[in-house]
Design a protein around this ligand. Structure first.
Ligand SMILES: [Zn+2]
Length: 211
């Protein structure tokens, strides 16, 4: 069994949360061995996912990231984006990898967490790598997400958040998602950073995927 280790050190003060957006402390370990996994071996930077045939994890659309990187502002509100050295783990909303703190540059901008599913926006801060990265295109929850402290929102028509699950244990992630998607009213699940509240990704059923 993997021994958890800590990246990014101490919990933040309230003022740090404001300045860092979705930064914070992170306990990360490999996903539990009892989950079926698929692995792409890329040396130390390998990406392991919890294989899931019931749902898909949807990262930020590529065209949104491309627009922000090209224009330096978000495409909806036109708020100026901020690019700086990563001082928190993120993660990047496009590739869904955590940032290498004090090594990688990241860009902060405003994004509608209900983009594509509602005419009533819910804007909030998100981060992407400042440089090009590949959009996450796996079926399950990437290991670098399941090691975070996460809030899962079960979203029904409206949109209305009708149920919440919170996990700080990577072994509980898949069951938390499954409980929400089993609720008859829930159309999809939004994933947020538990501490900072920022939107990370959307999870949709494979049989009626929200787009
Ligand atoms: Zn990225």
């Amino acid at each position: 069994m993997a021994v958890p280790f800590t990246i990014g050190c101490a919990p933040l003060q309230l003022s740090d949360r404001v300045s860092l957006g979705c930064g914070g402390h992170l306990t990360f370990s490999a996903c539990p061995a009892f989950f079926p996994r698929t692995t792409t071996d890329e040396g130390d930077d390998k990406m392991t996912v919890i294989a899931a045939d019931r749902f898909t994890v949807q990262a930020l659309p590529r065209q949104v990231a491309s627009y922000v990187r090209e224009h330096g502002r978000d495409p909806v509100w036109g708020h100026e984006a901020l690019t700086q050295l990563a001082t928190g783990f993120g993660p990047c909303r496009l590739c869904l990898r955590t940032f290498r703190e004090h090594e990688e540059m990241r860009t902060l901008f405003t994004y509608d967490t209900y983009a594509g599913v509602s005419k009533y926006p819910q804007p909030g801060p998100v981060y992407i790598h400042a440089a090009h990265c590949e959009r996450y295109d796996g079926g399950g929850v990437p290991a670098e997400l399941c090691g975070l402290e996460l809030t899962f929102e079960g979203v029904a028509a409206g949109p209305r958040v009708v149920a919440l699950e919170r996990t700080a244990d990577e072994a509980a992630v898949e069951d938390a998602i499954a409980r929400l998607l089993d609720l008859p009213d829930v159309d999809f699940v939004n994933v947020r950073n538990m501490e900072a509240g920022c939107f990370i990704a959307r999870i949709a059923r494979i049989d009626r995927e929200a787009t």
